[in-house]
Design a protein around this ligand. Structure first.
Ligand code: 5GP
Length: 139
């Protein structure tokens, strides 16, 4: 499948669709997932047109990993989460639904199940507050 320039994350990168940004640098962009599987669910994407990890320029793969490493502790602190799940799905069969590579950062707590994947739209005011709480914890 060829990369679709009109996928929703490509539109977010071009500023054609809104997002609750938490971080940006020259190679990556991070924002709140609008259908979070837990409070504080963040997505990190490369500024590079790749559907999945196998299409991604290694420099951008490294940049995504570095941004995840920077943001996951901020998410952990902001939500006082004992565990953080990092997930990155490749292909529809693996559960991927948006075909611009992304890493999920999801806070985890014992006894608290994650919500279903990409199902329920969150309250936008709450997402804005969550983004601010994470931004305040970025070092
Ligand atoms: P995937 O299933 O491809 O691993 O993950 C796609 C993620 O993108 C899902 O967690 C879904 O909730 C999220 N998502 C889908 N559409 C949008 C959108 O328009 N904005 C944001 N911020 N997240 C989205």
């Amino acid at each position: 499948m060829a990369y679709d320039n009109n996928n929703i994350f490509a539109k977010i990168l071009r500023g054609e669709a809104p997002s609750f940004k938490v971080y940006e640098d020259d190679k990556t962009y991070a924002f709140m997932d609008v259908m979070p599987q837990a409070d504080g669910h963040v997505l990190v994407i490369p500024k590079f047109p790749a559907e999945d990890l196998f299409d991604l320029d290694p420099e951008y793969a490294a940049a995504v990993a570095l941004t995840v490493q920077k943001l996951a502790p901020a998410v952990k602190r902001a939500f006082k989460a004992p565990g953080i799940m990092i997930a990155q799905l490749n292909g529809a069969e693996a559960g991927q639904t948006v075909f611009h590579l992304h890493s999920h950062i999801i806070p985890r707590f014992s006894g608290l199940e994650m919500k279903l994947h990409a199902r329920q739209l969150a309250d936008f005011e709450m997402l804005k507050k969550h983004a601010a709480a994470i931004i305040a914890e970025i070092k």
